[in-house]
Design a protein around this ligand. Structure first.
Ligand SMILES: Nc1ncnc2c1ncn2[C@@H]1O[C@H](COP(=O)(O)OP(=O)(O)O)[C@@H](O)[C@H]1O
Ligand SMILES: [Mg+2]
Length: 341
């Protein structure tokens, strides 16, 4: 039953105030405990697509209004003092924000058009996504370039150097007798060529470790750990669980690069005595953890600093569907954990 009593007060509300309520740009309406419309202003009627004159005194639930709005009203009835919700649907002409205020059985509802805000949010999201896509694309291009450079340097330069070496070797063996200082010079040249071949291999490996493509991620991670120990003197305890399965090349590369970056960070910042690496291959995902027992740092510094190492690691993993976390604290060591489906 629609109770007249709520109108009693309204009669005392000066007409000018009611007119003012009609003029505001937000919608506002009031429901009695049985969802009868006690008051509704112009804007609310417009947002709910209702006829203002016909709706007063009727039960709102019996009107054909958007189901989400009905649900919202039902939820507001369950007692929370003030709730806010955004509703956007094809059946509505715009995005609406509903706010409910509950007072002694009366439910006051404010309806706002938030289309502009939503549009701005959307644009922001779209441009963020574009940047992320562009970044992923550039990573791929960069990895491709590195891989082909690595191959070229290794094959072309390496082969040519080996060629020189063989020629000199030939001269040494076949054109006897040579003056002893010539022999010595040529031997020296061979030594230098050998050293250069070593350098070429290193450059090529740094650009892209062939082991990654030839023997897979696990082998490459172990190899990189050995390299790390060789240069830093810090031992790495390497453990793995499960069995490695073939994984998308982009993901393998991302995991490997982030791992390299985390080892570089350890070398540069950690001051630790050992590193633990744990790789586990599950049926649905791979998890990699790299932990050091070094000095650690306050993770707050990652929020306002210029170096983008950790940010780049997180972005690289998350942009291709993985998860990345870094845990640290002063005096507590540092641990990175990444998961890739
Ligand atoms: N393993 C670690 N041990 C101690 N501090 C670390 C470690 N990794 C990162 N940090 C701290 O986090 C900061 C940010 O790291 P990063 O973003 O890679 O930048 P950068 O290495 O260029 O300084 C570092 O400057 C360092 O203070
Ligand atoms: Mg770094």
């Amino acid at each position: 039953m629609f109770e007249e009593k709520y109108f009693k007060n309204n009669e005392n509300v000066p007409l000018k105030i009611l007119m003012l309520l009609d003029g505001i740009s937000d919608g506002f309406f009031v429901l009695d405990p049985d969802d009868h419309v006690v008051f509704i202003n112009e804007k609310a009627a417009e947002f709910l697509v209702l006829d203002k004159q016909e709706i007063i005194g009727t039960n709102l639930n019996e009107q054909s209004i958007n189901q989400n709005i009905k649900n919202f009203i039902a939820k507001a009835r369950t007692g929370s003092l003030r709730i806010v919700e955004e509703i956007g649907e094809d059946s509505l002409s715009s995005w609406l924000e509903l706010e409910a205020i509950y007072y002694e059985g009366l439910l006051g509802l404010v309806v706002r058009d938030i289309s502009e805000r939503k549009e701005a949010q959307n644009e922001q999201k779209n441009s963020y996504e574009s940047i992320r896509n562009l970044n992923t694309h550039m990573q791929l291009a960069r990895e491709d370039e590195r891989a082909s450079l690595a191959r070229e340097i290794h094959d072309q330069l390496g082969q040519r150097l080996t060629g020189f070496k063989m020629e000199i070797d030939y001269i040494l063996r076949k054109s006897q007798p040579l003056e002893s200082f010539v022999t010595e010079k040529l031997r020296n040249v061979i030594k230098q060529i050998d050293r250069t071949i070593g350098t070429v291999r290193n450059i090529s490996r740094n650009l892209r470790p062939g082991i990654l493509d030839d023997f897979g991620l696990l082998a490459a991670l172990e190899w990189q750990a050995d390299e790390f120990t060789k240069t830093s003197g810090i031992p790495v305890f390497f453990q793995y669980l499960g069995e490695e399965r073939k994984m998308d090349n982009q993901k393998v590369t991302a995991i490997f690069r982030v791992y390299q970056e985390s080892l570089t960070n350890i070398m540069r910042h950690a001051k630790c005595t050992h590193v633990n690496v744990m790789v586990s291959f599950g049926s649905k995902r791979i998890v990699l953890e790299v932990a050091d027992n070094g000095q650690g740092f306050d993770p707050e510094i990652l929020k306002n600093q210029k170096s983008l190492g950790v940010f780049g690691m997180k972005e690289r993993i998350e942009s291709i569907g993985g998860r990345f976390e870094i845990e640290s604290g002063i005096g507590k060591g540092t641990k990175i954990k990444l998961e890739m489906p």
